[in-house]
Design a protein around this ligand. Sequence first.
Ligand code: PLP
Ligand code: TYF
Length: 396
Amino acid sequence: MFSELKPLPTDPILGLMAAYKQDTNPNKIDLGVGVYKDEQGNTPVLRAVKKAEAFRLENETTKSYIGLAGNLDFCQKMETLLLGEHSTLLANRVRTAQAPGGTGALRVAAEFIKRCNTNATVWVTTPTWANHISLFEAAGLTVKEYPYYDYENKGLLFDEMINALKQVPKGDVVLLHACCHNPSGMDLDQAQWKVVAELAKEQGFTPLIDIAYQGFGTSLEEDAQGLRTVADTVDEMIICSSCSKNFGLYRERIGACSIIAKDSATADVSNSVLLSVVRSIYSMPPAHGADIVNTILSSTELTQMWYDELDEMRGRINGLRTLIKESLAAKGVEQDFSFIDRQHGMFSFLGINKEQIDRLRTEYAIYMVGSSRVNVAGVSKDNIDYFADAVASVIK
Ligand code: PLP
Ligand code: TYF
């Protein structure tokens, strides 16, 4: 039966990562996959993570099964990180299952939605992370898009977005990026979050908030503010979170799927369905990443160390955004790139065309996604000049 299979293309972002690795040009720059890099181009293990891992190695007492929801202390800490320590929802309306990465959390959410309403449509931003679409479709859900990024003005199509969401009925799901929108870097401001939250309440659709970059935008608290506004407004919502970026735990596959229901009884029923979904996919999540996050967040010392490391990563990203804007202007590039400095997280669209993207790769060994999405963390003080010269030369 295998011989009936047709070959499928690889994920273009992961494909780019492989192509970059093989490139022998000493000046090559990787602006592709969304992984944080330091000034040396490395993605080191965070110091707080190393300490927590040493502690785990010494103190772990069993490898026995962990349970369907995973590490319950981790789940509780994630709820607090997401909703804020003063949230009244924490007492009885939220239930969380640890998941294998943000992607695992999204797949669990997709199956959960399916159990709620087999005919649900999931509405995603235009554009969105390509995996969103394939993942929800793979779960048998319909995916439709709503306007979001304004390619022309490098801003938001907010009025168009609201008009589209006014057509979304109860029983459908609207996916929102909490912060650091992937791929555009363009986020809603707090007033806009309020409008979306009120609309969700009025229309009755269920918000699904994907938060994969908490702490990479403005701060841990501010990056979750929009999510908290929605949580305080609506009766029910889903949150899919990831610890890949902010804890640098990418390959450990750690994230969570949280359900907020209108009351404690509905939350309990939702939780039983959530755990049934988990059991039918992978039975239970792996222990390591959750243990590390829980150890860090249980220790004042390690939490402070993590805050400092997160501040360092965010500071570097935001500094590079300014540097990119200024370097391109200094090269005499007339096109306005100031939007890069106004956007958040690791990604922005340069807004250059296919031919220019190809030239950057073939002539300069500068790799970015085909949409012109760049990971700004791939730039450094050492390569910024080369990068700015290259961009200036292809857009002339
Ligand atoms: N959601 C968004 C918007 C992402 O960009 C990513 C990827 O990095 C994820 C979810 C999932 O991340 P992971 O599965 O690596 O935790
Ligand atoms: O968009 C990105 O680059 C990150 C990383 O299949 C990623 O979200 C990309 C593709 C993929 C998994 C993770």
